[in-house]
Design a binder for this molecule. Structure first.
Ligand code: HEC
Length: 120
């Protein structure tokens, strides 16, 4: 599937992007920020479970009420789109309803994405 969504040019990117292979003990603790709303498996709470989120089309969990803007975003979640979404949610999906304080620390996002990658 093609990712037709174009990311805004001016969003913040950590230099070099996530380095996913590096082992890091901080991963689990970083995910706790998300775990208030997101499960680490396929179960859906107020928000979708994040197992297998990488490679998934945004807003595509049928049992959930996503915002229209999320459903229409046509984003396919990968390391890059998730990285930017977590740093600046409203720039990637303007009007999305994820009530969440942004994660501005590059290392935290890198750890988090590495963690998401192993959720199946
Ligand atoms: C307070 C609750 C809450 C927290 C905390 C939260 N989220 Fe969300 N998340 C949501 C909601 C609600 C949506 C649906 C947003 C929409 O439809 O606009 C969402 C959507 C998402 C999506 C899109 C899922 C899809 O299937 O398209 C991703 C990816 C995501 N969140 C990742 C994260 C990550 C990573 C964290 C932790 C850094 C996090 N969220 C923290 C509530 C939360």
């Amino acid at each position: 599937m093609q990712n037709s969504h174009r990311l805004p040019r001016d969003v913040h990117r950590p230099r070099g992007g996530p380095r996913l292979s590096r082992p890091c003990p901080g991963r689990l603790s970083v995910f706790k920020v998300c775990a208030a709303c997101h499960a680490k498996d396929h179960s859906n709470r107020a928000a979708p479970g994040l197992a297998d989120v990488i490679g998934r089309t945004a807003g595509n969990v049928s049992t959930l009420h996503f915002s229209l803007t999320m459903k229409q975003s046509k984003i396919v979640w990968d390391e890059e789109t998730i990285d930017i979404y977590i740093a600046e949610p409203q720039k990637v999906v303007p009007g999305n309803i994820m009530p969440y304080a942004v994660m501005t620390n590059d290392q935290d996002r890198e750890d988090l994405i590495a963690y998401l990658e192993i959720l199946k």
